[in-house]
Design a protein around this ligand. Structure first.
Ligand code: GLU
Length: 473
């Protein structure tokens, strides 16, 4: 039986916040305002299902902070959705945006449904109705609150949202900016789909490039040849595994809810994905060993563990058995506060969610900027840059009397496409955020862990906003 004190997800977030606030200079009133959920919209609406039954759907949108506009955060479809969970996830969005310098308030939405058991038509009706409920209460709009994908949602749902919004707001010139994570054809940005996974990769890589951190973990600097275990082969887990593999790390195990698989030489996420699609299960993947109990994969010998599924998967019970030297929180809230304390004592580095998985919202910010500017990234400068590079190259060739090959010429002259700019903007964002958090930790070595340092970073930024906004009379 668990002896762990039960915290709700929102209470866990509050607990982490309180732990960090003692390392800041803000007065209690400001801290209370940063912590509070500003607006909670809980709704119920009827939907006629394919079999003719009417089902009453429970859904939420929570705006945790409005110190910057719009508010931002995904919408999840899951049977586990409840008000506490959405509040916690909205709060994490506030801190996440602050850490990566994305000028948004924090929000989150959730619909309590099981998307796997519903038909596309039922899902479309629910998503469209949810959107119109948000419009009615002024809870959505490019300058108000901008949803995005999250657990159980993706491009398709975002397309339904933007279409519903546009039909209810004819002529609104910036309407495409009411939601992010849209298909490219509807105003999406290239690079959004893989953004969270790529951000996780950049974030872990940056941390692994810090010699003191790696020495403490007993690991060599860099991510090459590191053994990785990934929990979750959804959008985030899939791309995280892909970028680690492409950069020389070995994904030795992948866990999903039906079980896990292990291969010491490394797994190819795309092959595993195709196998799961064809057979309905991750198990029995050729060349890999089955691990019947999925959660056992978390306890395997490895260098880096990436929980990329849901919250609270590592708690006071299994944390003592976890052997990873670094844990990268790709999911939101995968560790309970007890697990955090255990890892801090064991000296296991936990790279916290609200910094590590901020790649999604960072690229959402780029998408929103694209929607407001009504122009694709790279459109104005690509050709100009290429022409300028060609001229410089020609000068060098003339001066040296040497010629580069056509293939080399193409690489040197290349002007940025949208995808190049999005990836480099994301890389820059993650590098800057790592430096800012590590600087705070270095300046105050009594801060017990990286999560607390990340919270201090967020609290200071949000606190400054509130202090500069002034308090309304
Ligand atoms: N759902 C993602 C997250 O939790 C992305 C949010 C967004 O892009 O607004 O960070």
């Amino acid at each position: 039986m668990s002896t762990e004190k039960e915290y709700s997800f929102f209470q866990s977030v509050e607990r982490s916040f309180d732990k960090a606030s003692s390392y800041t200079k803000w007065e209690t009133g400001i801290l209370e305002q940063i912590k509070a959920c500003n607006s909670v919209y809980s709704m119920k609406f009827p939907v006629k299902m394919d079999d003719g039954r009417i089902e009453v759907i429970e859904a939420y949108r929570v705006q945790h902070s409005q110190h910057k506009s719009p508010c931002k955060g995904g919408i999840r479809f899951s049977m586990a959705v409840n008000q506490d969970e959405v509040m916690a996830l909205a709060a994490l969005m506030t801190y996440k945006c602050a850490i990566v310098n994305v000028p948004f308030g924090g929000a989150k939405g959730g619909i309590k449904i099981s998307p796997r058991t519903l038909s596309p038509y039922e899902l479309e009706k629910i998503t469209r109705r949810y959107t119109s409920e948000l419009v009615k209460k002024n809870f959505i709009g490019p300058g108000i609150d901008v949803p995005a994908p999250d657990y159980g949602t993706g491009e398709r749902e975002m397309a339904w949202i933007v279409d519903t919004y546009q039909s209810l707001k004819p002529g609104e010139i910036d309407a495409a900016g009411c939601v992010t994570g849209k298909p490219i054809s509807l105003g999406g940005v290239r690079g959004r789909k893989e953004a969270t996974g790529l951000g996780v990769f950049y974030g872990v890589r940056e941390v692994c490039l810090i010699p003191e951190v790696m020495a403490k973990a007993g690991l060599t600097v860099g991510i090459e040849n590191k053994n990785i275990v990934v929990q979750g082969l959804g959008n985030v887990g899939y791309y995280t595994a892909k970028f680690f593999r492409e950069h020389g790390a070995k994904v030795i195990a992948i866990a999903e809810y039906e079980g896990a698989i292990y291969c010491k030489d490394g797994l190819n996420e795309e092959d595993v994905f195709q196998h799961r699609k064809a057979t309905g299960s991750i198990l029995n993947f050729p060349g890999a060993t089955n691990i019947e109990k999925s959660s056992d994969a978390l306890e395997m010998e490895c260098d880096i563990l990436i929980p990329a599924a849901l919250e609270n998967v590592i708690d006071g019970n299994n944390a003592p058995r976890i052997k990873a030297k670094i844990i990268g929180e790709a999911a939101n809230g995968p560790l309970t506060p007890e697990a955090d304390d255990i890892f801090a004592k064991k000296g296991v580095l936990v790279i916290p969610d609200m910094y590590l998985n901020a790649g999604g919202v960072t690229v959402s910010y780029f998408e929103w900027l694209k929607n407001l500017s009504h122009v694709r990234y790279g459109r104005l400068e690509k050709r100009f840059t290429e022409n300028a590079n060609m001229q410089i190259l020609k000068q060098i060739e003339d001066l040296t009397g040497k010629q580069v090959t056509t293939a080399e010429k193409l690489i040197i002259a290349h002007g940025p496409d949208e995808i190049d700019l999005v990836h480099s903007g994301l890389e820059e964002t993650m590098i800057t955020a790592t430096k800012e958090i590590m600087e705070i930790w270095k300046e105050n070595p009594s801060i017990p862990d990286m999560r607390t340092a990340a919270y201090v970073c967020a609290i200071n930024k949000v606190g400054t906003s509130y202090a500069e906004l002034g308090i309304f009379p």
